[in-house]
Design a protein around this ligand. Structure first.
Ligand code: PRP
Length: 217
């Protein structure tokens, strides 16, 4: 079964609270997504393979380590894009392969519109990046694509998750560990009357992560 890591780090909790606030500007939102991703990445990368090396310091040789795994970042467009720069600050050598999916507003099913993966995998570890794990459809579809590509070690990094989406992803892909900054209460149901929010949004959530990052709300 997938391991589900929901961080309790005070810095992340503090930053996620500002991220949720409806008065947070797009500029602040983008900066917070970047910062939260950096903090989450420490946990999500704690099993990367390193090999011992010798490092010449100005005084003597020291025992050091070198990262062996080649890392691929797979942001799910659009909202996952904002998580790339944070990880690149930690791992500038990481490759980035974009997957374009949007969620059909009526069926909530993911629709693929962009995929330029090369024929064979070029990385050992893939980190899927998407701030929102709502119904889980987009995450499952992305893991399906990556497994067909031949990716062996896949992790999902998100900011907010709904219990429904976590369950769907963990059951569909029990070998994919899930890293989240917060696990929320539920998803919105089908609207019953005008003015109700659309179905499938994380509650309490933060609204639409793509719109809030790109200023398109
Ligand atoms: C949002 C979000 C996820 C997806 C989550 O994207 O960024 O990709 O929905 O929903 P799910 O878990 O129910 O599949 P959206 O479709 O709004 O596209 P966008 O990122 O381009 O705004």
């Amino acid at each position: 079964m997938s391991q589900i890591h929901v961080t309790s780090h005070p810095l992340i909790r503090h930053k996620v609270s500002i991220l949720r606030n409806k008065d947070t500007t797009s500029l602040q939102f983008r900066e917070l997504v970047r910062e939260i991703t950096i903090l989450l990445a420490f946990e999500a990368t704690n099993d990367l393979v390193i090999e011992p090396i010798t490092v010449p310091t100005p005084l003597a040789d020291a025992k050091g380590y070198e990262l062996q795994d080649r890392i691929g970042l797979v942001p799910i467009l659009r909202a996952g894009l904002g998580m790339v720069n944070g990880i690149w600050e930690l791992m500038p050598q990481a490759e980035v392969w974009h997957i374009g999916l949007y969620r059909d507003e009526r069926t909530l099913q993911p629709v693929e519109y962009y995929n330029k993966l090369p024929i064979a995998p070029t990385v050992q570890v893939v980190l899927i990046l998407d701030p929102m794990l709502a119904t889980g459809g987009s995450a499952v579809a992305t893991v399906d694509i990556l497994k067909r590509w031949g990716a062996k070690r896949i992790k999902f990094m998100g900011i907010l998750g709904a219990p429904e989406g976590v369950k769907v992803l963990a059951e569909a892909h029990p070998d994919v560990d899930i890293y989240l900054a917060a696990l929320d209460e539920r998803l919105t149901p089908e609207p019953e009357q005008p003015g109700d929010p659309p179905a499938g949004f994380i509650v309490p959530g933060l609204g639409d992560a793509g719109d809030r990052q790109f200023g398109t709300a």
